[in-house]
Design a protein. Structure first.
Length: 393
DNA sequence: TCTGGGGTCCTAGGACCC
DNA sequence: TCTGGGGTCCTAGGACCC
């Protein structure tokens, strides 16, 4: 999809249509532009630009805070449209999927017809401001590369056998999978184009890049044999992170924000009937360096407080290190179906039913329907500079 | 008073096992 | 005349993507 979040905002709010719009995080002053409307891009706004810098570049830029629920709903509708054409749909991000339309299309020309039909259906289902760029090719790599060639509202076809023409018209980093680091190493080997990459023996490439070298060798020829793998139901990690309103040194301050993230992760785990054995916690310091630890817990967990107690220990070595903390994050891995182990203890059972009730409240009244007393204590202290009223988590 | 938040995959090295 | 070869699980860190 083109300028996904920004287009979604323009679709939802006619006032924003035709205007330069940037979608940012909750607090623009410490955020980046997550998506820029085509009008904003034309005037020099780039994705991932600091919001502060974007505003300086283009004072008329309209900054809108991201609305995750809106985008999730749109993504569901998007994927429903894709499934009208084939069940071989592999979502790779919120706004991007691979579709294997071999059966639906019959032949390559048929695939082009399908692509046009998809664009039409998307416009009907999601609104005319939601445009897509589609690439049609014989491999995922080439289809992706083709889709990036024409924005917005593109349709680029790579007929079978003509893959190298597209590659030779592209930069190395245009190919999904080659980033700036790999590009620099390829330059170091005297390789500056796909033509030069193709001329290298695969052994040169595997000597430098191991198995990734084989992929480079094939990709430079326009080959790609990975099938479209349907479904996205097997997400491997659930994580949340949060940039603090200002860099913090006080461990208690930092840990309370960590707790909020742990509750979010835990709630998603419970919603999906999962529990996690792996817990990772990390911080980003004021200088943007990062540090983190991860650990396997004895038993699978999906209770925010339990996850927090593990996560707190994991980041403890990085607090009070003389560097102030900008961001805290937590992530759950090693996910398994089922809840936490049944407990013999009354206290534990009561906590479970309390969590179920709290989940129900948030489902019905929204995520802000309740919060932890310890977080309120922090807000209190910020305003009154007194001791916190509530100490217990 | 710059630089969000959500992910995946890969490699290296250590502990441990047979 | 010391020290093979197979494997799993785990953590840290990095590259890359939207």
């Amino acid at each position: 999809m083109n300028s996904y979040f920004a287009s979604a905002e323009q679709q939802a709010n006619p006032f924003l249509r035709g205007r330069a719009v940037g979608v940012t995080g909750r607090r623009p002053e410490r955020s980046v532009v997550a998506a820029a409307s085509r009008e904003a891009k034309r005037l020099g706004i780039r994705t991932a630009m600091g919001a502060w810098e974007a505003r300086r570049t283009l004072p008329s830029l309209l900054l809108v805070a991201a609305d995750a629920e809106k985008y999730e709903d749109l993504t569901r509708r998007l994927n429903a449209v894709f499934h009208e054409f084939t069940d071989l749909v592999e979502p790779t991000s919120v706004d991007e999927s691979f579709l294997d339309v071999t059966d639906a299309a019959g032949d390559f020309l048929g695939a082009v017809v399908v692509a046009q039909a998809i664009k039409e259906r998307l416009s009907q289902e999601c609104g005319e401001w939601m445009t897509a760029s589609i690439g049609v090719a014989t491999s995922k790599e080439m289809a992706k590369l083709a889709s990036d060639r024409q924005k917005p509202d593109g349709l680029v076809v790579v007929p079978p056998g003509r893959e190298t023409e597209l590659l030779d018209a592209s930069k190395l980093t245009d190919l999904c999978g080659i980033g700036p680091r790999v590009e620099a190493r390829l330059f170091g080997m005297g390789i500056r184009s796909f033509r030069e990459l193709r001329e290298r023996p695969v052994l040169d490439l595997t000597a430098e890049f191991h198995s990734y070298g084989e992929w480079l060798h094939r990709a430079a020829r326009g080959e790609g044999d990975d099938a479209v793998v349907p479904g996205d139901g097997n997400q491997k990690t659930y994580g949340h992170s949060y940039t603090l309103p200002r860099d913090a040194d006080d461990a208690e301050d930092i840990e309370r924000f960590l707790l909020l993230q742990c509750d979010k992760v835990a709630r998603r785990l419970r919603r999906d009937g999962l529990a996690a054995r792996g817990v990772a916690a990390y911080v980003r310091f004021g200088d943007f360096s990062e540090a983190g630890r991860q650990r396997q817990s004895q038993e699978p967990v999906n209770d925010g407080l339990k996850i927090f107690k593990l996560a707190r220990e994991l980041i403890r070595p990085f607090l009070n290190s003389g560097k102030s903390v900008r961001l805290v994050g937590v992530s759950a891995s090693n996910l398994a179906r089922g809840t936490q182990q049944a407990s013999l203890f009354e206290k534990e059972r009561r906590m479970r039913s309390a969590l179920a009730a709290l989940d129900a409240i948030q489902s019905r009244y929204g995520d802000d329907a309740w919060t932890r007393a310890s977080v309120i204590a922090q807000r209190h202290r910020r305003h009154h500079r007194g001791p916190p009223r509530v100490k217990k988590f």
